[in-house]
Design a protein around this ligand. Structure first.
Ligand code: F6P
Length: 483
């Protein structure tokens, strides 16, 4: 057992691939810290406040050996990754193997032994770092698919800890998961936790079935029981609880931001700069093949061609946040989306009125709130998505009860936002009909839907999520070995 050393230790430790801040190197060589993208940071913000907490993660750049430092009362512990490890562990195994495998193999996953070796190596480094900073009996919350081996590696080092893991993305059915050459090791890695949280009940059920079929584990209710091999980390009999605990957003903060005069004014400005169209359709996504952007553009293109919509009355504002640009599937997607937008605009724009306004940028939260307020219909059409927090942020921004949400049934959010206009993005005819329905519904019915969705997100916000998660972790069946 690695005992927490004389250095400062913490009762609550988060481990995630990224720190909540990235080290950014500017063109002139100066470096600074900037908030990392993504919902995880916002989600954990509220959980960490008021605790003796530390966060273990990567600083977002290669070979950056930075001393631990404090930010907003949380101790940040950077884990160093070399340029080669970023290629093999992050871009390779995490984002070219696991990401497509866990998202219904929308693009073919690549299985490379070198990437797997780097994944194991980096997971071991994370486990060692957590073992060093966690106080005796601390609660450790590990996040996501990049760190699936950390639970059992950490348990081996520190059996006194309470260990939870939460998967922000889907967990695939065993028929797909079974492709992974290292499937048993991944399951064993996860079974080192006391509690495993998933976005949907189906994800938890997929995991349970994989454990039964591939490891011969026994499941009863929400508990997996399993006896590990003696020479594997996490050996001996273990009982691990699993459940769906869908993540959410900070409803109040988003709602309050959207009510501020600055954001409301900016929403009007955005509509005015689009030429005050009757209908603004909006898409806001990371530029990822899971988000169904190509399917959405195909539907929009046909709607313009069929005369269902026309400029200047209707326009699509598509924001695509740059993401994982060194991975080839993402580069290919970018050139396809660029081409589609170019064709739609060439065919259907008129002077002074673009069919599609396409922005390949990321925006601060104030601008996002203004975009949400400016939109008549938000199009969220992923082919597979663990949750989709953009859909929830849109709902939280619409304090005016306005706006409609078109939402893919393949998102975790669809299980909660049942009043959305739900669609199957693969069915282009159905998708077009759903967009038309969302555009043309009368204001009173739209408002009723929106208020229903707002109630759901308000009562199931990120604070409720964290409380539920931590209570489930606390009540996990096996007691830690405190010696
Ligand atoms: O869970 C999905 C996720 O890994 C988020 O944690 C993150 O914000 C997003 O995808 C973007 O990922 P990356 O860290 O690879 O830019």
């Amino acid at each position: 057992m690695v005992l927490a050393s004389a250095r400062r230790t913490f009762d609550f430790v988060v481990a995630a691939n990224r720190l909540p801040v990235d080290r950014v190197v500017d063109d002139d060589g100066t470096t600074r810290w900037q908030a990392s993208p993504g919902g995880l940071v916002t989600a954990m913000d509220s959980v960490m406040q008021g605790r003796r907490a530390a966060w273990v993660g990567w600083a977002g750049v290669p070979d950056e050996d930075v001393r631990p430092f404090d930010r907003d009362g949380v101790r940040l512990h950077p884990v160093v990754l070399t340029a080669e490890e970023i290629q093999d562990y992050y871009e390779g195994f995490s984002n070219e193997t696991l990401w497509p495998l866990y998202h219904d193999v929308i693009v073919p996953p690549r299985y490379r032994r070198r990437w797997w070796a780097a994944y194991r190596e980096v997971n071991a480094r994370f486990a060692e770092c957590v073992a060093q900073v966690a106080a005796r009996g601390a609660v450790v919350w590990i996040h996501d698919y990049q760190l699936q081996l950390v639970p059992s590696m950490l348990r081996e080092l520190r059996p006194d800890l309470r260990i939870g893991w939460f998967n922000h993305i889907p967990f695939p059915p065993v028929e797909l998961f079974g492709q992974l050459p290292w499937r048993d090791s991944v399951l064993r890695g996860l079974l080192g936790a006391d509690f495993l949280g998933f976005q949907r009940r189906n994800d938890a059920a997929n995991f349970a079935r994989a454990c039964q079929q591939l490891l011969g584990a026994h499941t009863s209710g929400d508990v997996v029981s399993w006896v590990g091999d003696e020479d594997e980390p996490g050996s001996g009999e273990r009982r691990v609880r699993m459940a769906a605990v869908p993540i959410s957003i900070d409803f109040t903060t988003v709602d309050e931001l959207a009510r501020t005069p600055g954001v409301r004014r900016r929403a009007q400005e955005i509509r005015a700069s689009l030429g005050n169209p009757r209908t603004v359709l909006l898409g806001i996504d990371r530029l990822d093949y899971t988000k169904g952007i190509r399917h959405r553009l195909r539907a929009i293109s046909e709607m313009f061609a069929d005369g269902d919509i026309a400029t200047p009355e209707v326009t699509l504002l598509q924001v695509a946040t740059p993401s994982r640009e060194r991975v080839s599937a993402y580069r290919e997607l970018r050139s396809q989306v660029d081409g589609q937008v170019g064709r739609i605009n060439g065919d259907h724009s008129t002077i002074g009125a673009s069919a599609v306004h396409y922005l390949h940028h990321s925006y601060p939260k104030e601008e996002m709130a203004a975009l949400f307020l400016a939109a008549d219909v938000l199009l969220v059409t992923p082919l597979r998505d663990g949750m989709n927090l953009v859909a929830k942020e849109y709902v939280a921004s619409r304090w005016d009860g306005g706006g409609a949400l078109v939402l893919s049934e393949f998102t975790g959010a669809a299980h909660e936002l049942t009043q959305a206009f739900q669609c199957n993005p693969h069915d282009i005819v159905g998708l077009k009909q759903t967009i038309v329905a969302a555009m043309s519904e009368d204001a009173a019915s739209r408002r009723k839907r929106m208020l229903g969705m707002r109630r759901r997100v308000r009562t199931h916000d990120v604070h409720a999520w964290a409380r539920r998660y931590l209570a489930a972790l606390e009540a996990a069946p096996d007691k830690p070995d405190r010696g």
